[in-house]
Design a protein around this ligand. Structure first.
Ligand SMILES: Cc1ncc(COP(=O)(O)O)c(C=O)c1O
Length: 482
C-alpha cells in the first residue's frame, strides 16, 4: 500500500470512529501534513483519494469536509425474473478472448476478476517459495499423493473446522485452483445430460465446466444482495430432476451477493429434503470487507450434502494455482478423479502455502487486504456513480471486488466491449454470465485494479461511449431482455 493510501485509510477510520463527524471540516492540507510529518503532496493525494471515494468533499475553496450523505441513492440491479428452462451450455469460447485480452501488454484490464499485484502479498509468497526450493528440494521434485500434501491439507482442514465444519484433513483434496475443484465436484455427483442449477447471472467459468461435462444449466434468479432465490430453486426442483446446485454463498461473482444465515440454513435443509448436492464455491469468502468472514454453507451441512470448493487465487496468488475441494463422503471419489485428471497438483505452491498458513501470516495479510478491497470497491462504485448515466444500477458488494452494472436497456454491452478494446480497455459484458441471452445491457468490472490516472480516463471514456450508444440506439424499439 502506498503512503498516501495509508494516510487516506487513517482519515477514513477517524471518520468511521466518529472523530470527524458528517459535515465536519477536516484540518487544512498543510497543517495536516505538518502534524503527520508527511509531505504536502502526500496529504493532497490522500485527500483527493478520499474525495474520489465520495467520503469527503471540497467546498468552495474553504477546505475539505466530511461528506454529509450520498447525493443520490445508488440503485441495485434488478433480479432476473425469467426462470429459464434447463439448457445445454454452448458458445463459451468468447471467455477465452476476455482472458487473453486482459493479459495483453498495455491493456487497462477492468473485466477479469484478477487482483492486481498491489493487492497480493508478493514478498511473502516470494520468501516462502524461495525457502521451499532451498530447503525442501526433495519434495519439490517428487510426486506426492493425488490428494495433495498432508501439511497443507491439515492446515486447510484446521481453518474449516474453525469455521464450524465437520471435516478431517483426509477429506480435503488439493486442486489446481477453485476451477478444478468445482470441475471435480461436479464430476463426482453428475452424469452427462444431468441438470445443474446455477445462479443467474453466474460466473462464466462455471458455464465452461458445464459445457465441457455435457451438463445442462438451469438458471435460478439471484438477488444482488441476498443471493439465489430459494423459492425459485424449490419450484424448479418440483419441475425438473436437478442433480446439483452450484452456489457462491459469500460474495458471488458477478453480483457480490451474500446469503443470509437463514437462507444458508434453508438451502442446506432443501438439499437434504430433495436429495440435491450443493457445491459451494467459496473463492471470495475470505475477502469480506468487514473484520469477520461470513459463515460457510458447509458449516450447516450435517448430512454430507455440500461439497466445498475454494482456493488461494484471490488472496495469496492466482498463478500458484492452489485450491481444494472438501467432502467427507466423496473424498475418495474426488481423489480418484483428481488422479485421473492430472495426477496431483504441483508441490512448491502447496508447501509454501502450508507454511504461510502455519506461520499465522495469512490471517495478518487478510486483515490488511480486506480494508484495501473495501476501499477499492467503494472508490470504483463512487466513480461510476458520478460518471455513468442516470438509470445505471450498481451492486454494492460487502466483500470481494467485482461490481455488476446494469446500464440503460438499449445498450448492447458486447458492442461496448468491442469498441472499448479499440481503446485498450477491457470489460466483461453481461452476456458472458448467462446461458440464456440475458443481461445484454450489463457489465462486470473489477475494482482490484491498480488505480491511477489511466483507469480514471478509461472510466471516463467508457461513460462517453455509453452516452453515445444511448443516443445512437435511441430509436431502437427492441428492449434488452433481463
Ligand atoms: C466464482 C469463481 N469461482 C472460481 C474461480 C476460479 O478460481 P481459481 O483461479 O482458483 O481457479 C473464479 C475466478 O475468477 C471465480 O470467480
Amino acid at each position: 500500500m502506498l503512503l498516501y493510501e495509508k494516510v487516506a485509510d487513517e482519515i477514513h477510520s477517524a471518520i468511521q470512529d466518529g472523530i470527524y463527524e458528517l459535515g465536519d471540516k477536516l484540518p487544512g492540507i498543510r497543517s495536516y501534513a505538518k502534524q503527520r510529518h508527511i509531505s504536502v503532496s502526500t496529504a493532497i493525494a490522500a485527500y483527493h483519494a478520499l474525495e474520489d471515494q465520495g467520503i469527503i468533499e471540497s467546498v468552495n475553496k474553504s477546505g475539505f469536509y466530511v461528506r454529509p450523505q450520498p447525493r443520490k441513492v445508488i440503485e441495485l440491479p434488478q433480479v432476473s425474473s425469467k426462470v429459464s428452462q434447463p439448457k445445454a451450455v454452448g458458445s463459451q469460447q468468447m471467455t477465452l478472448q476476455l482472458v487473453n485480452n486482459a493479459s495483453k501488454p498495455g491493456i487497462i484490464g477492468l473485466g477479469a476478476a484478477v487482483p492486481d499485484k498491489s493487492f497480493l502479498p508478493i514478498r511473502l509468497m516470494s520468501r516462502y517459495l524461495t525457502k521451499v526450493h532451498k530447503h525442501h528440494l526433495d519434495a519439490v521434485i517428487s510426486y506426492d499423493k493425488p490428494a495433495g500434501l498432508m501439511p497443507l491439507r491439515q492446515q486447510v482442514a484446521k481453518r474449516m473446522v474453525a469455521q464450524g465444519c465437520q471435516l478431517l484433513a483426509e477429506d480435503i483434496v488439493i486442486t489446481n485452483g477453485c476451477q478444478e475443484a468445482v470441475y471435480l465436484a461436479l464430476r463426482s455427483c453428475t452424469q452427462p445430460g444431468d441438470i445443474v442449477a446455477v445462479e443467474s447471472p453466474t460466473y462464466y467459468g462455471l458455464l465452461q465446466i458445464l459445457e465441457s461435462l455435457n451438463l445442462k444449466a438451469l438458471e435460478i434468479p439471484t438477488d444482488p444482495l441476498t443471493g439465489i432465490s430459494i423459492a425459485a430453486l424449490e419450484l424448479a426442483l418440483e419441475q425438473w430432476p436437478i442433480k446439483a446446485c452450484v452456489v457462491v454463498a459469500s460474495f458471488g461473482n458477478p453480483l457480490g451477493a451474500c446469503l443470509t444465515e437463514e437462507k444458508k440454513q434453508q438451502l442446506v435443509e432443501l438439499a437434504n429434503d430433495k436429495n440435491l448436492m450443493l457445491i459451494e464455491d467459496d473463492v471470495y469468502g475470505e475477502l469480506s470487507h468487514q473484520a469477520l468472514r461470513p459463515t460457510l454453507l458447509k458449516s450447516y451441512d450435517l448430512h454430507d450434502k455440500v461439497i466445498y470448493c475454494s482456493s488461494f487465487s484471490k488472496t495469496l496468488s492466482p498463478g500458484v494455482r492452489v485450491g481444494w475441494v472438501a467432502s467427507h463422503g466423496k473424498s475418495q471419489r474426488l481423489e480418484y478423479l483428481k488422479y485421473v485428471l492430472n495426477f496431483s497438483s504441483a508441490n512448491p505452491g502447496q508447501l509454501a502455502i502450508a507454511q504461510i498458513l502455519e506461520s499465522g501470516q495469512y490471517d495478518r495479510y487478510l486483515r490488511q487486504v480486506r480494508q484495501q478491497y473495501a476501499n477499492a470497491t467503494q472508490r470504483l462504485i463512487n466513480t461510476l456513480f458520478q460518471l455513468f448515466p442516470s438509470g445505471t444500477r450498481i451492486t454494492q458488494p460487502k466483500g470481494g471486488f467485482v461490481i455488476w452494472l446494469e446500464l440503460p436497456q438499449k445498450i448492447d454491452t458486447v458492442i461496448l466491449a468491442n469498441q472499448l478494446l479499440d481503446h485498450n480497455i477491457s470489460i466483461a459484458p453481461g452476456s458472458m454470465f448467462t446461458n440464456s441471452q440475458k443481461f445484454s445491457n450489463c457489465i462486470r468490472l473489477s475494482a482490484a485494479c491498480k488505480w491511477n490516472r489511466d483507469v480514471e480516463l478509461a472510466l471516463v471514456k467508457m461513460a462517453e461511449m455509453i452516452a453515445r450508444l444511448s443516443v445512437e440506439k435511441a430509436d431502437s424499439p427492441l428492449p434488452a431482455a433481463i
